[in-house]
Design a protein around this ligand. Structure first.
Ligand SMILES: [Zn+2]
Ligand SMILES: [Zn+2]
Length: 251
């Protein structure tokens, strides 16, 4: 029975059916259920699915019910915030962050949500993430920064208008070198020297103890310590194998 409710939860999340999600949860579905062996990108927990697809109301409900912000998919270890950023669902990005999601959470490539938004040229989302305080200076596993991701050209052409707009936003953020208090209710700008780091995860910064406390209660408690991806990068190895088997790699 529970198995059926779990499956129903994922289907409802996929379809953006608020009623379906409610019914599945009432029927006893595990809110963070993961389909065993699921290898489709962004198809993991209900929150991940709804974030990827931009189902705002479903995301709201799942967050209210305490869905995990740090459970990742099995392909690239994307978290819900990566999915929403990549697909340009800025409203979902806001919701996740206001419920305690860490802005610079890393996936299996050490990619941040900002990098993911740059890769898919989601200019509005890039702007919002930077406004919220996403760091523009971080590098991924391959040494790319958000700037580098602007040139990936998965969408549109390399160097097109969107690309230039994103570069400008990043450049401005780099020049001001401002960080922001990670309590999204505050967001006060500050510098490395003035914002205190969360001693546990060393990923979030706050302007005051009150802000740290507030962020802790809205969700950082659940995210703290789960935002750094420390496992190996399995999909990188898979990518390499795939390339080798199709075109062959030079030695
Ligand atoms: Zn603050
Ligand atoms: Zn922390």
């Amino acid at each position: 029975m529970a198995e059926t409710a779990n499956e129903a939860l994922l289907t409802a999340a996929e379809n953006g059916s608020l009623r379906g999600v409610k019914a599945a949860l009432e029927a006893g579905a595990d809110i963070d259920y993961v389909q065993p062996g699921s290898l489709i990108e962004g198809r993991n927990t209900a929150l991940l699915i709804a974030s990827f697809l931009g189902h705002v109301d479903v995301v709201k409900l799942l967050l209210r019910k305490g869905a995990s912000l740090t459970k990742r998919d099995a392909v690239a270890s994307s978290a819900p915030l990566h999915g929403a950023a990549r697909e340009g669902h800025t409203e979902v990005v806001d919701l996740l962050v206001h419920h305690g999601a860490t802005l610079d959470i890393r996936d299996g490539h050490q990619t941040t949500p900002l990098m993911a938004a740059c890769m898919y040229k989601r200019v509005g989302t890039v702007r919002r993430l930077i406004d919220l305080g996403a760091r523009v200076d971080l590098t991924d596993y391959h040494g790319f920064t958000a700037k580098g991701y602007c040139f990936f050209g998965i969408v549109g052409e390399v160097g097109d208008r969107d690309c230039m707009k994103m570069l400008k936003l990043i450049q401005e953020a780099m020049e001001t070198r401002l960080l922001r208090c990670c309590n999204p209710m505050c967001g006060k700008p500050g510098y490395r020297s003035t914002l205190k780091l969360c001693a546990q995860c060393k990923l979030t910064r706050y302007c005051s103890r009150d802000c740290q406390k507030q962020h802790w209660t809205v969700g950082h408690k659940k995210s703290c310590g789960h935002d750094a991806y420390t496992g190996e990068t399995p999909n990188l190895l898979d990518c390499r194998k795939l390339v080798e088997s199709t075109v062959g790699l030079p030695n």
